[in-house]
Write a protein that binds this ligand. Structure first.
Ligand code: 5HY
Length: 250
């Protein structure tokens, strides 16, 4: 099966790290295609950037649907454009935020999220409520690290993330940590060892969930909120939903 992993920001180096982690998490026989849109913000930090990233994301989802991929991963922790993408797609679409929350809830009674900047926190908190998992999340913490600082090998980002993990264990009584940015993708294993608790990366979680859905033949419902978009005039926006049954290619 082929899984399309879309990094909704336009930073190629981040996409490369996301793609490597997705491929490492994928089962034998699963092909990962990781890419970023041609249009949109270099990083997504808060509501405004999120809105600007959606058109480019939908364009890539539509191309993946036309290629009949088995499923899509939205590799931005605020699950950018998730519901619009589900309306557009027939194949399953999983956001890394939602995936990480669900897996954390399977291995711990309560978890904390460590994300980048304070302005990213409200969107994550709103998603937790929307997904019905707010009661399992002790706190969404910001390490006050810009997203693109995670691209730097030896910056202060890692130290700040570790300090927030220690505070979450001490003050939130967190039993697991969810890493709140795709840019933290390659930190999970070592942080889990160093802090002796599950540290969850959403990219790996989402790849595993998409594989599970595809194997069970579960696809996005076209009843109600995720019904196929109605054909209408859309000025200046190229994306049209693919027509037909859209069965996934092997
Ligand atoms: C992410 N931004 O995962 C989010 C994290 C955040 O460009 N990729 C981004 O801070 O919201």
């Amino acid at each position: 099966m082929e899984i399309l992993v879309v990094n909704p920001n336009t930073t190629a180096s981040m996409t490369a790290r996301i793609g490597a982690a997705a491929a490492a998490a994928a089962s034998p026989g699963t092909r990962i295609t990781a890419l970023q849109p041609a249009i949109g913000p270099a990083s997504i930090e808060g509501f405004y950037d999120e809105a600007l990233a959606v058109p480019g994301l939908l364009e890539e989802i539509a191309k993946g649907e036309a290629r009949r991929v088995a499923g899509h991963v939205i590799a931005c922790f605020d699950d950018t454009g998730l519901e619009a993408a589900r309306a557009l797609a027939r194949a399953p679409v999983v956001g890394i935020g939602e995936a990480a929350f669900h897996l954390a809830s399977l291995v711990a009674g309560r978890f904390s999220v460590v994300t980048t900047l304070g302005r990213a926190v409200p969107a994550i908190e709103q998603n937790l409520v929307k997904y019905g998992l707010a009661a399992r999340c002790a706190r969404v913490r910001a390490a006050e690290v810009p997203v693109l600082a995670l691209e730097e090998e030896d910056g202060p980002a890692r130290e700040r993330i570790e300090a927030e993990i220690e505070a979450a264990v001490r003050d939130d009584r967190a039993e697991a940590i969810v890493l709140g940015c795709a840019g933290m993708v390659d930190l999970a294993a070592e942080l889990s060892r160093r802090h002796a608790l599950p540290v969850i990366d959403g990219v790996a979680a989402a790849v595993a969930l998409v594989e599970c859905l595809a194997r069970l033949g579960l696809r996005t419902s076209k009843r109600g909120g995720y019904a196929e978009p109605l054909p209408k005039a859309i000025v200046g926006f190229p994306v049209r939903p693919p027509r037909g049954d859209g069965e996934a290619r092997a």
